[in-house]
Design a protein around this ligand. Sequence first.
Ligand code: CO
Length: 195
Amino acid sequence: MEIVQYPHPALRWKSSDVTRIDASLRETVEQMFELMYEAKGIGLAANQVALPLRLFIINPTGEEQDKESELVFINPEITSRKGSVLGEEGCLSLPELYAEVRRADEITVEAYDLDGQGFEITLDDLPSRVIQHESDHLDGVLFIDRISESAERELAPKLADFETLFRRQQSSGDLPADEDIRGELEAQATSLTQG
Ligand code: CO
């Protein structure tokens, strides 16, 4: 498992609900936490490790030792959004790229945890922003889709660099073609929904 980078097709995939919470899913989540800490992130969505699952993890402290701040959201739904606030965001799939994004200030989320227990949580500040960012990933939406036109113009050359690098890796055979990646995501999503 590895974190994929823009413009990997998994980042534009609308993921499917998790239908079974089992040992294999718990193992997946464990690996995702490891990758997130290695990359010094505070959130990671399944799409970012090329899994078409509605699942993300967060730890707003970014501290691997701080297990109490770890949260796993399975099949999350943001059920309420209040207020609006601008803040800087980055993404492990777009390293070293940052921009201001407007998000709801306070949100309520419903989700399942790794024990299959439903929970509801209301959060503001950084955790609220991280959850909105990660929820977007599950729908194939990136923070660069939500930035101002001027920020978009500013970031365009860096995005082009990501694109060039990705296409070069495909040409050299280090990465599969978009079509093949999408085929793989489709096959995974199908096997998931068939249980
Ligand atoms: Co991200």
